[in-house]
Ligand binder design. Structure first.
Ligand code: PMP
Length: 397
């Protein structure tokens, strides 16, 4: 990379999103079914929009609390308490501009120039990007794809800890692989973190999208195995459960002792989250349970359609993902997924994300988001079924 004296090297090193690349390639194609992005197809339910509207009309247009409005922090704490059958202190909750902002603050608190942050990969690329822009070094912990799904080798994780390691980012259930840590894995990771005094940045935003257990189940959580003052920060968001990706609201949960520093980092980044959006988020939490349950059911149904349909092509390698809402699959004989994703846009009019966007170990895969209308998903899978056998094994040009 050539250096540019005008800008800091860590800003210059920020990677370009490989998902945006294929989206740009696909832009303006009529009839394309877009499955490349990590969001569902349903708009935010009207009762949440109405709450934002009401708050605006009531004059909620002023600067607000840096940590989030007390009503929302209390509602989030109560929600987590109900879900995980535990007590959550609202003082642990900090409202942020989406999960991305929560992740960025968490990383900024613990890592900077010269530090290392462990990230199991393939992973959501923004962790790597957010670590890079702080000046720290993201260290990939490659996961293995086996016949029964993805696997994180905990010895490998432990072997990559160095005196410079400040944190590990554990996203479970994971985007894009669906990998879901078992309780034993969580205990082992926490033990490793405690022994070395490193932070865990736990991204459990897909914790309710778990597909193999009974309906209403939850993925195992660090919450189940931790003590309140452990060095764990949780990244969370309203984006997925409540279909609010465009609103940009989420939260960071962190030990109470970090309150003043988080408040300052909010002040010097966004100076707080839009006041009327926070009001709508209270309504989302308090009245949105049936909608969230519908989202989870939609994802389960989507998973079945996609897994059955793609496997029937006989050229796809796809263990059913236990969590989240992505199929991450290989097409026989193809490793050039940037090219393959473009071929699928041209020949099937289906938009998928190339595995090259997700870092070490996922390059030969494609990611498909299945939180969508089942009829549309069935159509996408039928289109893919018509072209994939012809594209499998094609020699890269
Ligand atoms: N974590 C993971 C694993 C994600 O996949 C995403 C969104 N794709 C986020 C966090 C953040 O979402 P948002 O910024 O929309 O809240």
């Amino acid at each position: 990379m050539t250096t540019n004296p005008e800008i800091r090297p860590e800003a210059a090193r920020a990677p370009t999103s490989g998902i945006v690349d294929v989206m740009s390639y696909a832009r303006g194609r009529p009839g394309l079914i877009p499955l490349f992005v990590g969001e569902g197809d349903l708009p935010t339910p009207p009762f949440i929009m109405e709450a934002a509207h009401r708050a605006l009309l009531a004059g909620e247009t002023f600067y607000t609390y840096q940590r989030g409005i007390p009503e929302l922090r209390a509602a989030i704490a109560a929600y987590l308490g109900r879900l995980y059958r535990t007590d959550v202190d609202p003082e642990r909750i900090y409202v942020t501009v989406g999960g991305m902002h929560a992740a960025q603050i968490a990383i900024r608190i613990v890592a900077g120039t010269g530090d290392e942050v462990l990230i199991p990969t393939p992973s959501w690329p923004n962790f790597d990007g957010a670590v890079t822009v702080t000046g720290a070094t993201p260290v990939s912990v490659p996961m293995q794809a086996g016949p029964d799904g993805w696997h994180l080798d905990l010895d490998r994780l432990a072997s990559l800890v160095t005196p410079r390691t400040r944190a590990m980012v554990i996203n479970s259930p994971a985007n894009p692989t669906g990998w879901t840590a078992g309780r034993e894995d969580l205990v082992a990771m926490l033990d490793l973190a405690r022994r070395h005094g490193i932070w865990i940045i736990a991204d459990e935003i897909y914790g309710r999208f778990t597909h193999d257990g009974p309906e209403g189940g939850l993925a195992p959580s660090f919450r189940d195995v931790m003590a309140e003052d452990d060095r764990i920060m949780f990244v969370q968001t309203f984006s997925k459960n409540w279909a609010m990706t465009g609103w940009r609201i989420g939260w960071l949960e962190a030990p109470v002792r970090l309150g003043p520093v988080i408040e300052n980092l909010v002040q010097y980044s966004t100076s707080g989250v839009t006041s009327f959006i926070q009001r709508a988020a209270v309504t989302a939490i308090e009245e949105g349970e049936p909608f969230v349950e519908g989202q989870i059911a939609r994802a389960r149904q989507g998973r079945a359609i996609v897994c059955d349909g793609l496997r029937a092509t006989n050229v796809v390698d796809l263990p059913a993902p236990p969590g989240a809402f992505y199929a991450f699959f290989r097409v026989e004989g193809r490793t050039d997924t940037t090219r393959l994703a473009r071929d699928l846009i041209d020949t099937a009019q289906v938009g998928l994300a190339p595995g090259t966007a997700f870092g070490g170990g996922g390059e030969a895969h494609l990611r498909l988001c299945f939180l969508r209308d089942p009829v549309q998903l069935a159509e996408a899978v039928a289109r893919l079924g018509r072209v994939l056998p012809g594209l499998a094994g094609a020699a890269p040009a």
